[in-house]
Design a protein around this ligand. Sequence first.
Ligand code: PMP
Length: 299
Amino acid sequence: MKEYLVYINGNFVPRSQATVSVFDHGFLYGDGIFEGIRSYEGNVFCLREHIKRLYESAKSILLDIPMTPKEMEEAIVETLQRNSLANAYIRVIVSRGNGDLGLDPRSCIHPNVIIIAEALAIFPKEFYEKGLRIATVPTRRNIPDALNPKIKSLNYLNNILIKLEATQAGVFEALTLTQDGYVCEGSGDNVFIVKNGKIITPPTYLGALEGITRNIVIELCENLGIPCKEEPFTRHDVYVADEIFLTGTAAEMIPVIEVDSRIIGEGKPGPVTKQIITEFRKQTKVRGTKVPGLSPLTA
Ligand code: PMP
């Protein structure tokens, strides 16, 4: 089997040898940030937007990424080229780096910059054709005053607890609520509801990640003339929605057909969701950064 190369601080290392120290504060404390990016037939979808979010996350936690956004873009492109990967999931990680056992990041001299690219593991077709059953779960979203979910940090324990509770509830994904009981997002995706032809998604100040896919969907709605608002809503609004869908880089857009045993709409992916998915998929081939020298059929 082909062994992919992982970028670590400027070097390309075979996956089986791609390691960081146990003294990396990313490992010790979740001190670091990351991005999940997707490449479609040699087009890295919204690469600049992902890099922008990465650098904003870094700024917020006072982490100096030891390269410019342009250099980061080039490193990501080179990682795909070296691995001959046209259709890939790309994970960029910048950790605080190796330090001592104390919390203080000042003991960490060099951040570790890691880029992993893999052949894409696509979600089951059934999710898109039939839609997902999901549930709300007891764990609330982190409050933005404590750890702002707009920072895509390596501290994903809140999301992991939410995912575990989804699994325990026998569903693939969960909806998490804010402290005040408003719907926030999924464990790793944003949520949209459709009611009477209008679309609503929770504002990010409630504690949702400002998803790149979410932003594209909002923009597509504008172009398609579908009213779309960022507004708080409750579980009740979810239960009585006509359609629901989740958005994320890996998932793209997945229709939801059941929440907490309530059937949504007609219990199958709805027309508005389908229309936006079709438009979204057109964008994935054109919007972003082309990787030179890759055949679309490479992987
Ligand atoms: N919310 C969370 C918590 C996420 O981790 C992600 C990314 N997987 C998203 C939303 C979706 O963001 P994007 O569309 O940028 O992938």
